[in-house]
Design a protein around this ligand. Structure first.
Ligand code: NAD
Length: 477
């Protein structure tokens, strides 16, 4: 049992203002495995005040990027030395299979942190340009106090994508973890303290959406960095728009994997284990619409059903597990609801369905629907579970049209024997990323969404820009 009674605010562990608590429940055993205080508006106010004080009067924004990178480098080293402990915690909270967790829930977040540590030395922090009246110095300054609000599915990665560039820029941060995943945030807070950040630079308040909304609207916050659902993103964007507050929004997706005529089916379908079913299908960029040429439809349907039907479903802590439970009962019910909708819409159940693999734990059978048309709800709405829709297409133009016929534009992939041609097809897909023969994200390349998948980019130098204001200082020649 992981039990915490205080918040990390202003560089110290402080008593909560309220008496509410959040129980963290294991998706595998349904038992309570942790308890933390639930943040209230008053706790948010205190955290914003600490971050404000640290930004307006503390050393952090006034230090050089190299000095900040040194402190961040200490955090990165602690993280690297303890990545397994972080991974284990996220396995317990989220139900992520252990093998994927060490990679996505700990190692990649640490690599992302280290990427920004290293970027300090090569990034152009200021430059000199010839102006009409004389030289102009263009400087980059931190945007201010950042509210980092993030979801439960990849809590460390979605937080570090915000925290690392914000800190390097010189911002101070109030992080609000989801109620499902506060424990990994506590571990990170301990490491932040150990690394020796100045007081108030990083603050954590786990809380629900009401306190989250209070944080977004708080006049002491200069920028909101949000990852979560499109519905919540829209509300947050409205508030930020009214206040002209900077915001980046990383939202939902319904990404398409286009299998071209010449694709090697065995490696393609194997690739979907990660691209489509990572984190038990609870991934914003999961390739859940599988587009197959009509000429190879039967072959693809058979191979896909065999792969998904053969997945090892079970205890996420077991390194042999490929699919674990969903994060919460509510999520299990939501996904089962979509399986029902698929059946009612007339899609053909190829494998999986409503029979639960286990009585205990929030498991759903990995499921594939065939004969799906792109107007069905299972092809249009984000399910956020291990449910794939197989959609036949006539020719390449038709495949690109179907891929782009979505309110979302987050990820995508093209599977082919001809990589150059795959890149040509990927260029036609209107999404923030589109892989060829894989789907992945890298710390040094931008990630984000077109259309209803969001606004702005995280990762890479582009992700740092989102925490900087550019200021021009002209002077006479
Ligand atoms: P959610 O939108 O319900 O919650 C996300 C976070 O925002 C939580 O911390 C929640 O407490 C908070 N929140 C919710 N409403 C808020 C509001 N009005 N004001 C302030 N805070 C608010 O999403 P979820 O169910 O936790 O996560 C799943 C969603 O996240 C999916 O839609 C998924 O696609 C998306 N996601 C997107 C990305 C990406 O990078 N594009 C990555 C991971 C997850």
């Amino acid at each position: 049992m992981h039990e915490y009674t205080r918040f990390f605010i202003g560089g110290d562990w402080v008593e909560p203002a309220g008496t509410g608590t959040i129980d963290v429940v294991s998706p595998h055993t349904e038992e309570v495995i942790g308890r933390v205080p639930e943040g209230t508006d008053a706790d948010i106010d205190r955290a914003v005040a600490a971050a404000r004080q640290a930004f307006d009067h503390g050393p952090w924004p006034r230090m050089t990027p190299a000095e900040r990178a040194e402190v961040m480098g200490r955090l990165s080293a602690i993280y690297a030395a303890n990545a397994q402990a972080m991974s284990d915690l996220v396995v317990a909270e989220v139900g992520t299979p252990a093998l994927f967790s060490i990679f996505a829930q700990a190692t990649i977040p640490q690599m992302t942190l280290q990427y920004y540590v290293d970027l300090a030395a090569t990034y152009t922090w200021e430059d000199e340009r010839p102006g009409m009246q004389g030289p102009v110095t263009v400087v980059r300054e931190p945007v201010g106090v950042v509210a980092a609000i993030y979801p439960w599915n990849v809590p460390q990665f979605t937080l570090i994508m915000k925290l690392a560039p914000a800190l390097l820029a010189g911002c101070t941060v109030v992080a609000k973890p989801s109620p499902e995943t506060p424990l990994d945030a506590y571990l990170l807070a301990e490491w932040v303290k150990e690394a020796g950040f100045p007081d108030g630079v990083v603050n954590f308040v786990p809380a629900g959406r009401e306190a989250g909304a209070h944080l977004v609207a708080h006049p002491g916050v200069d920028k909101v960095a949000f990852t979560g659902s499109t519905d919540a993103g829209r509300k947050i964007g409205e508030v930020c728009g009214r206040q002209l507050k900077r915001c980046t929004l990383e939202l939902g997706g319904k990404s398409a994997a286009i299998i071209l005529e010449d694709a090697d089916l065995a490696t393609t379908v194997e690739g979907f284990k990660l691209a489509s079913l990572m984190n038990n299908g609870q991934a914003c960029a999961a390739q859940t619409r599988i587009l197959a040429p009509r000429s190879r439809y039967d072959e693809v349907a058979e191979a896909l059903a065999a792969m998904v039907g053969g997945l090892a479903v079970g205890d996420p802590a077991d390194f042999g597990t490929e699919i674990g439970p969903l994060v919460a009962k509510r999520q299990q019910e939501r996904v089962e609801g979509y399986i029902r909708i698929g059946q009612e819409e007339g899609a053909k159940l190829l494998v999986g369905g409503l029979d639960r693999p286990y009585d205990r734990g929030w498991y759903v059978a990995p499921t594939v629907f065939g004969n799906v048309t792109n107007d069905m709800r299972i092809a249009r709405e984000e399910i956020f579970g291990p449910v794939l829709s197989l959609i036949p297409y006539d020719d390449e133009d038709d495949a690109v049209r179907i891929a782009n016929d979505s309110e979302f534009g987050l990820g995508g992939s093209v599977w082919t024997a001809d990589v150059d041609h795959g890149i040509e097809v990927a260029r036609r897909v209107r999404t923030g990323s589109c892989g060829v023969n894989l789907y992945g994200m890298d710390p040094n390349t931008p990630f984000g969404g077109y259309k209803n998948s969001g606004l702005g980019r995280e990762l890479g130098p582009e992700g740092l820009e989102a925490y900087l204001e550019h200021k021009s200082i002209p002077r006479p020649a």
